[in-house]
Design a protein around this ligand. Structure first.
Ligand SMILES: Nc1ncnc2c1ncn2[C@@H]1O[C@H](COP(=O)(O)OP(=O)(O)OP(=O)(O)O)[C@@H](O)[C@H]1O
Ligand SMILES: [Mg+2]
Length: 159
């Protein structure tokens, strides 16, 4: 199942993040992809804020690959694979231990991953349209994500 939204400015990206934060459940994996500056970190900040995590805590994790934010509705694990490059070895960075059915794991540059996480996660691809406008294309396997995507779309419709 796929949803597409045009995000006509940061406000729209914040709305998407808030709506995502309302429909995610413990154990969910969000796979963010898109060009440099497409808005992956902005969206993660909005998700964090929707979970009740203080926004200033969520910076682009450029030196540390995995950041934990444990004071929200769900524990948020924010991962940025950029520095690992293609075919990232997730065992090396200890990512698997965070995929434990309790955390919400949000991964920037998720297209650097291979393997089963890609099947399980919700893919969110952000595309630069122009300086302020992004397109979000959200795809997840129906058996895992359908209900949550319907909820998400309902939330986006109310904005
Ligand atoms: N609609 C929008 N949604 C998100 N960001 C936007 C939007 N319009 C403009 N921007 C700007 O685009 C930039 C997005 O930066 P951000 O760090 O979130 O991107 P990123 O995808 O995480 O980049 P990187 O690949 O370097 O990690 C910010 O400077 C933000 O202000
Ligand atoms: Mg980023």
């Amino acid at each position: 199942m796929t949803l597409k939204y045009l995000l006509r400015g940061i406000e729209d990206t914040n709305t998407l993040g808030r709506c995502l934060s309302e429909s995610v459940r413990p154990g969910d994996i969000l796979l963010l992809s898109g060009d440099l500056g497409a808005g992956k970190t902005c969206l993660t900040k909005a998700i964090a804020s929707g979970l009740g995590i203080e926004e200033r805590e969520v910076t682009s994790p450029s030196f540390t690959i995995i950041h934990e934010h444990l004071n929200g509705r769900l524990p948020l694990i924010h991962v940025d694979l950029y520095r690992l490059g293609r075919h990232a070895d997730i065992t090396e960075i200890g990512l698997e231990e965070y995929i434990n059915g309790e955390n919400l794991v949000v991964i920037e540059w998720a297209d650097y991953l291979d393997g089963p996480l890609l099947e399980q996660g919700l893919r969110i691809d952000l595309r630069l349209i122009d300086e302020k406008v992004r397109e979000a294309c959200i795809t997840g396997r129906a058996d895992i994500w359908k209900e949550r995507l319907l909820e998400l779309d309902g939330c986006m419709g109310k904005k």
